[in-house]
Design a binder for this molecule. Structure first.
Ligand code: PLP
Length: 341
């Protein structure tokens, strides 16, 4: 297979149209058989449920080339089950989890020429999503839906090494108590846009959201979960029912315990404790871990001992071990790596 003529190491994180995407439609209470399509456009009713009442959910995962030349994805079954959880919360039909994984395989196989080569740092980003398609004007769930999965090649998250970022404590909330913070829905992102644009305007890379009810506990950022390292080298990660259950964070917790022999506490984390931690990182598919060097709380700075130059030593170990597992250099736990070809 001839790879596309793309400058892999200079790719950014943007949409590049690829050859084929998977499409399946839900109508009269059932999903159709689904197909690969060369059509990147969607024609919808002007009154489609997604356009009126934001009935849309999504996932994000990556396909990449391992050192020995295989194309693989990482734990796609967890994306399938998380999409099912999101669907239930928004009164959408569940797309069968085995068919989700099958769609991942089909789209990656069909676009293998867009999977960046090993060592480029680039990956093929997969975006599965589902939305209400039929006209809905009175407020209720749609009756018809589309599941779609496209892919786009994206560049390395960190060009020239992972530099610690500076984040601020946000005055906006990303989720309501008992709301939808635990599902991957576009609506959570729509309401985070003003917060992130104003954070950037103020010179910060990200927002730290606190729990919306008491504003005393750490939740997450707009798109990544927190992981802290204590001064005596324990891992601490916030637990809350309004945090999105990051697959990267869950995998790092496993790696910390089973590969690195570290103690892990998944519990409520009060903001007051944060100043005593040694390291801080943000976990998500895009970067695996982004190190946080500094947190600005309304002008008061918390500077982690790991500094602004590089990841802290334990964060680095976690990062190296998980990326080593993903790239096939370190033996993976059963079922983590889905070999596509
Ligand atoms: C997708 C997402 C994450 C990261 O999840 P991964 O499965 O690790 O990619 C974290 N927080 C939010 C709000 C998200 O939407």
């Amino acid at each position: 297979m001839e790879k596309k003529n793309i400058d892999w190491s200079n790719l950014g994180f943007g949409y590049i149209q690829t050859d084929l995407r998977y499409v399946s439609n839900y109508k009269n209470g059932a999903w159709d058989e689904g197909t690969l399509s060369s059509d990147s456009m969607i024609t919808l009713s002007e009154c489609a449920g997604v356009l009126q009442y934001a009935q849309t959910i999504f996932e994000g995962l990556k396909a990449y080339t391992t050192e020995d030349g295989h194309i693989v994805t990482f734990r796609p079954d967890l994306n399938a089950s998380r999409l099912a959880d999101s669907a239930k919360r928004l009164e959408m039909p569940v797309f069968p989890e085995d068919r989700f994984v099958d769609a991942v395989v089909k789209v990656v196989e069909a676009n293998a020429a867009y999977v960046p080569p090993f060592g480029s740092g680039a990956t093929l980003y997969l975006r599965p999503y589902m939305f209400g398609t039929n006209p809905v004007i009175g407020v209720k769930p749609a009756d018809e839906y589309q599941f779609r999965l496209f892919c786009t090649p994206v560049g390395p998250y960190f060009k020239g090494g992972a530099k610690p970022i500076t984040i601020r404590v946000s005055d906006f909330d990303r989720a309501a108590p008992n709301g939808t913070g635990h599902i991957k829905a576009g609506l959570n992102y729509a309401m985070s846009l003003h917060a992130i644009v104003s954070a950037h305007e103020a010179g910060f890379d990200e927002n730290m959201y606190l729990d919306p009810k008491t504003r005393t506990k750490v939740e997450e950022t707009g798109g990544a979960n927190f992981l802290f390292v204590t001064k005596d080298n324990k891992i601490v990660t916030p637990k809350s029912n309004s945090i999105l259950p990051s697959i990267t964070r869950r995998s790092l917790v496993y790696v910390a315990k089973e590969y690195l022999g570290l103690e892990v506490e998944e519990r409520e984390v009060f903001f007051d404790e944060v100043k005593d931690f040694a390291e801080c990182g943000l976990c998500g598919t895009a970067a695996v871990i982004s190190p946080v060097g500094k947190i600005n709380d309304h002008g008061k700075e918390i500077c982690f001992p790991s500094g602004m130059e590089k990841m802290g030593p334990t964060t680095q170990k976690l990062y190296d071990t998980l990326t080593g597992i993903q790239m096939g250099k370190i033996e993976a736990p059963e079922g983590w790596i889905k070999v596509i070809k």
